[in-house]
Design a protein around this ligand. Structure first.
Ligand SMILES: O=C(O)CCC(=O)C(=O)O
Ligand SMILES: [Fe+2]
Length: 382
């Protein structure tokens, strides 16, 4: 009964509105259709309800037409009213469909954006994750050398790379060697004030960061009778073993003569923690850089990791930046005992991600083709 009344009421409102509509519809394309619709013609002519004889199909057609007009013709107030004239069930359908449409558009847009983000991060290649165990011959890839070696090639024929590239290995340095070096670094860094985010110790010169300054540990120790307690000879012995293995690996991988490649300076330990980066030259870590130009002595860079990503620190991954859009980058996740080595020119521009938690220890061991830039490490008889 209530429904009947409502229905009746709606139709009456609709008919009233149709009269107004008709005035506006002379130029409307729908007119042709409308003329052909008997039910509709009677409504328009009489302004009366003849719905009883109309079957529901006709009603629906009318409602659709009136809906279409309302949706597509703007600036006509009567059209707005005629939406209200639709039966509640139809209004509900329209509203739900509109909501579904909005939700669909939103999802489509959101998914597209997400895909784009995923695509960006998925195009970053993790060359060595902490879960990988790169045993045996070094794992990596060759890359065309940049033009940075043109001059070197004339000067250092049998050492300058013809094929460049980047590699990792988890089996060249053993755990004992890595542990010894790690403990040494820890001891050294407890001797100085923590400096923002980066502490540095150069094994070649003895330079040790202390706040924003550097002190020279070797000079200080010179006058200390029990200096052997601070830096044991053993650490230099271990370092020499590691250096030899790295030199062998690099020369074999890049096909150069091992007696033409030399250790160069700085040979440095770093401890990076999550605090702000220090205002010293070590700021370089956070920025994309090219070792050959940053240090001026490097032809081949090797890195020995003394801490493991995600276990001991967050962030701090090593990233080769292969293009400016920060996609298609190659990532190395630091892992205790892992080495990476690469040619130091612009073919291997890189950076270190900010460390967000914990402490990251690493040792940079560089090599040069220039005998004049060779460095011989001191012994404890410094
Ligand atoms: O610690 C690292 O992973 C790399 C540091 C670096 O880029 C450098 O020593 O030049
Ligand atoms: Fe670097």
């Amino acid at each position: 009964m209530v429904q009947n009344n409502q229905h009746h009421h709606h139709r009456r409102r609709r008919n009233l509105l149709h009269n107004v509509d008709n005035k506006n519809r002379h130029s409307n394309d729908d007119d042709v259709d409308d003329q052909q619709n008997d039910g509709r013609q009677s409504i328009n002519k009489d302004g009366n309800i003849i719905g009883e004889q109309n079957n529901s199909k006709q009603q629906q057609q009318q409602q659709h037409r009136s809906m279409n007009r309302n949706v597509f013709s703007h600036g006509n107030r009567s059209h707005v009213y005629s939406i209200l004239s639709l039966p509640i069930w139809l209004r509900k359908i329209i509203i739900s469909m509109s909501i579904m449409f909005i939700v669909y558009i939103y999802h489509h847009h959101y998914n597209n954006n997400q895909n784009r983000n995923q695509l960006q991060s998925s195009t970053n290649i993790t060359m060595a994750s902490i879960n990988d165990n790169h045993l045996g011959s070094p794992f990596g890839q060759f890359k065309q050398c940049s033009n940075d070696y043109e001059q070197d090639r004339l000067q250092f024929k049998s050492c300058t790379p013809y094929k460049c590239g980047r590699f990792v290995s988890d089996s060249i340095v053993n755990d004992n060697e890595a542990l010894e070096l790690r403990l040494f670094a820890q001891t050294i860094f407890t001797m100085v004030q923590p400096n923002g985010g980066v502490a540095i110790f150069d094994l070649a010169s003895g330079a040790l960061s202390n706040g924003t300054q550097f002190i020279n540990l070797y000079k200080l120790l010179k006058h200390l009778p029990d200096r052997e307690k601070v830096i044991k000879q053993k650490i230099f012995d271990t370092f020499h073993v590691v250096r030899k293995k790295l030199l062998q690996t690099i020369t074999m991988t890049f096909g150069i003569k091992s007696d033409h490649l030399y250790l160069t300076s700085p040979v440095f330990f770093t401890k990076i923690n999550s605090k702000q980066a220090a205002k010293t030259l070590n700021d370089e870590y956070w920025h994309p850089h090219i070792d050959k130009f940053t240090y001026n002595t490097f032809h081949y860079t090797s890195l020995l990791y003394l801490a493991t990503y995600q276990e001991e620190f967050s962030g701090g991954r090593f990233i080769f930046i292969d293009n400016d859009e920060k996609i298609n980058n190659t990532i190395i996740e630091p892992k205790f005992g892992r080495i990476s080595f690469f040619t130091s020119g612009s073919e291997n521009q890189h950076m270190v991600e900010q460390v967000s938690n914990g402490e990251r220890f690493a040792l940079t061991i560089p090599f040069t083709c220039d005998p004049n830039k060779q460095v011989i490490l001191p012994t404890t008889t410094i």
